[in-house]
Design a protein around this ligand. Structure first.
Ligand code: ATP
Ligand code: MG
Length: 151
């Protein structure tokens, strides 16, 4: 169905707000004024945003900052979720979309999880003919860029 990404983002942020408050994290949302609706499976895209934002929260220490940016570009909408958290080492970046892959078991152990969140997100985005990319710098932060066709 046609759906507003802005509403979807607000709904997901509301769901995860308490977790962010507990870690004293701040979330900023930037939305391009004339953002177009996209044609997509609303529940599936919500799952994608939940998985990515949960990672940003989980892998960012207390007092961290998370930015969410929504932008329309040509026939696509772009969703960027960036954090200033622990980052991903270069040698792991190619494998994080693999099922069950988690960076460094020691650092992930305390945080919990199965290593499925990103692989599920990628499958959903690609089934919508979109793309998901990650840029990250170890101990600096991570930026996830999702591109979804408007139609
Ligand atoms: P699950 O999502 O199933 O609860 P998970 O978070 O470990 O578990 P993914 O979401 O697939 O699994 O992420 C894979 C790995 O990529 C994580 O274990 C983590 O090491 C790394 N990662 C993902 N997002 C971030 C991020 N924003 N910052 C730092 N590392 C990240
Ligand atoms: Mg995850």
């Amino acid at each position: 169905e046609y759906m507003s990404l802005e509403k979807l983002i607000n709904r997901v942020v509301m769901k995860l707000e308490l977790t962010m408050k507990e870690k004293d994290q701040k979330v900023n949302i930037y939305i391009k004024k004339d953002l177009k609706d996209i044609y997509a499976d609303k529940d599936a895209i919500e799952q994608v945003i939940i998985n990515i934002l949960s990672n940003a929260i989980k892998y960012t220490p207390e007092n961290g900052i998370i930015n969410i940016i929504l932008n329309s570009k040509d026939n696509n909408n772009e969703i960027i979720i960036e954090d200033d958290g622990i980052g991903i080492p270069k040698e792991d970046i190619n494998r994080i979309f693999d099922r069950f892959y988690r960076v460094d078991k020691a650092r992930s152990r305390d945080l919990g999880g199965t290593g499925l969140g990103l692989s599920i997100a990628k499958r959903i985005v690609e089934s919508h003919n979109g793309q998901i990319n990650i840029e990250s710098e170890y101990e600096k932060g991570t930026k996830v860029i999702i591109t979804l066709p408007i139609k």
